[in-house]
Design a protein around this ligand. Structure first.
Ligand code: ADP
Ligand code: MG
Length: 370
């Protein structure tokens, strides 16, 4: 296997906070970093050696990234297909393009999970209003209609509680395909972040428990309040999916726990917001482990603090992030974004401690106004 050594260059498609944290991990290890992103002084560019300021699907810019980079990765899943195939053909994209194309598309994603024998909520693929009505008749209310591709943080989703809600989607539905799925009565949402190296070794981070507000991630807490049996089942199902996809790098799978049953929700072929706690709470972060997998280095065994909580900071809380600075248990991360919007992820904070009770004593007061 091709080992990429410190001093060589890692190219990152996308310059947001995930790219920034990947770049920071890579810099610690002595790599050079090149970033492709259209935004001047974007979060990753602030810590990278090279910034190619161009659109993600700009072929000439991708080629330039290729000339700088010994290996290439991405920090989001909506990478242009031609660009990912370009790097794959050059042998510079160890993650490959399969996980990308599957996780870009909720229809393929659900199909893949089913192929790996994984439990998914009841769903139908729809393209017309007639099909939407048939789908809710089949699976019942409440249901949720989601765009097949391009959605994130609950964007492109319509909650369907009763016939009256169908009116809104009637206007929406056009040439695009959507997925209509059963809206589950969720006890818990958890995620499994893991890393798989190029030889197929897998290293799991602890299962994390996620709380969303308005479909945006609010907190991630470790350990998750699930049983040992549930944890084993999640890890076995995640492993099955990882094998089916041939995952390389850090990857996340989100799960719902509903009436004690575990259902697959979605996956991300990259480090994940619910894995940010690993920066302080584990001996190796999801980002460092990702860089190790890409560069052909062995994965490190994971050791974790007894308890950790990550709290996201959106535009409307950014002031609060700075209020956290004097708090004695709070680790602060600001992503350096120039433009703040009320629902935009601007940073996060992490608290680590000896128990869940211990970290509760460190929670910043502004959390309550989230
Ligand atoms: P996104 O790509 O926007 O993260 P998700 O499918 O993960 O899309 O949906 C965002 C959130 O919406 C989930 O984390 C969950 O809180 C809620 N949600 C999505 N689908 C369902 C469902 N079928 N049942 C209940 N809640 C859901
Ligand atoms: Mg999600």
């Amino acid at each position: 296997m091709n080992v990429i050594e410190p001093g060589q260059t890692i190219g990152i498609l996308g310059g947001g906070q995930l790219g920034r944290m990947m770049a920071t991990a890579a810099k610690h290890m002595g790599y050079r970093v090149a970033v492709l992103d259209p935004t001047p002084d974007c979060p990753a560019a602030q810590v990278a050696d090279v910034h190619i300021e161009a659109a993600y699907d700009d072929g000439a810019a991708a080629e330039e990234l290729g000339t700088w980079s010994d290996v290439v990765t991405y920090e989001f899943e909506n990478v242009d297909e031609e660009v990912s195939r370009f790097f794959e053909k050059k042998g510079k994209l160890p993650q490959g393009s399969l996980s990308l194309s599957v996780s870009q598309n909720r229809e393929k994603e659900k199909g893949f999970a089913e192929k790996a024998n994984i439990n998914v909520p009841a769903y139908r693929i729809v393209q017309t209003y007639v099909e939407v009505k048939q789908a809710v008749r089949d699976i019942g209310y409440p249901a949720v209609m989601k765009t097949i591709s391009g959605g994130y943080d609950g964007k492109g989703q319509f909650l369907l509680r009763e016939d009256a809600d169908l009116k809104e989607v009637e206007k929406e539905i056009g040439d695009h395909r959507y997925i209509v799925e059963k809206w589950l009565n969720i006890d818990k949402e958890v995620s499994q972040v893991f890393t798989r190296d190029q030889e197929g070794n897998i290293s799991f981070f602890p299962v994390a428990e996620n709380v969303h507000k308005d479909q945006v991630l609010f907190t991630t807490t470790v350990p998750a309040s699930i049983s040992g049996v549930q944890q084993t089942s999640i890890q076995e199902q995640t492993k099955a999916l990882a094998l089916e996809l041939g995952v390389v790098g850090t990857f996340a799978v989100e799960w719902f726990v509903s009436d004690g049953e575990i259902y697959f929700n979605e996956m991300a072929p990259r480090p994940h917001n619910s894995g940010h706690y690993t920066i302080e709470a584990c001996n190796v972060s999801q980002f460092e482990q990702h860089i190790r997998a890409l560069c052909g280095l062995p994965l490190l065994p994971v050791h974790t603090f007894p308890a950790a909580k990550m709290i996201n900071v959106l535009g409307r809380h950014r002031e609060s992030l700075f209020h956290s600075l004097p708090e004695d248990k709070v680790h602060v991360h600001d992503y350096g974004k120039h433009e703040s919007r009320p629902q935009r992820k601007m940073g996060h904070v992490t608290i680590i401690g000896s128990s869940l009770d211990d970290i509760k004593t460190g929670e910043p007061a502004w959390m309550k106004s989230w």
